[in-house]
Write a protein that binds this ligand. Structure first.
Ligand SMILES: [Zn+2]
Length: 85
């Protein structure tokens, strides 16, 4: 679910690096904002653990994912050129 939302937003940000490192960082950032508990687990488990039953929760995920994109794009750890989304 979180992955699908990521992909949906990803296509809107053509300049976003999108490598494994940046992708992982977006998730960690977003999940950390949703619940600090998630960060201590591995990314794969985290993604499947998220259960978005309501539109409200989905909207919240979109917001934090969007923030994550902006943060990661502004300072990619992988060494890609920083971009402003
Ligand atoms: Zn990258």
């Amino acid at each position: 679910m979180a992955q699908r939302e990521y992909e949906r937003l990803r296509v809107q940000f053509a300049t976003f690096c999108g490598c494994d490192i940046c992708r992982g960082d977006v998730f960690v950032y977003a999940l950390n904002r949703l619940s600090p508990h998630y960060v201590s687990t591995r990314e794969g488990e985290v993604i499947t653990a998220i259960n978005l039953d309501t539109d409200q929760e989905k909207a919240k995920l979109d917001v934090v994912l969007f923030e994550g994109f902006r943060k990661v794009a502004a300072a990619p750890r992988c060494g890609a050129k920083p971009v402003t989304l």
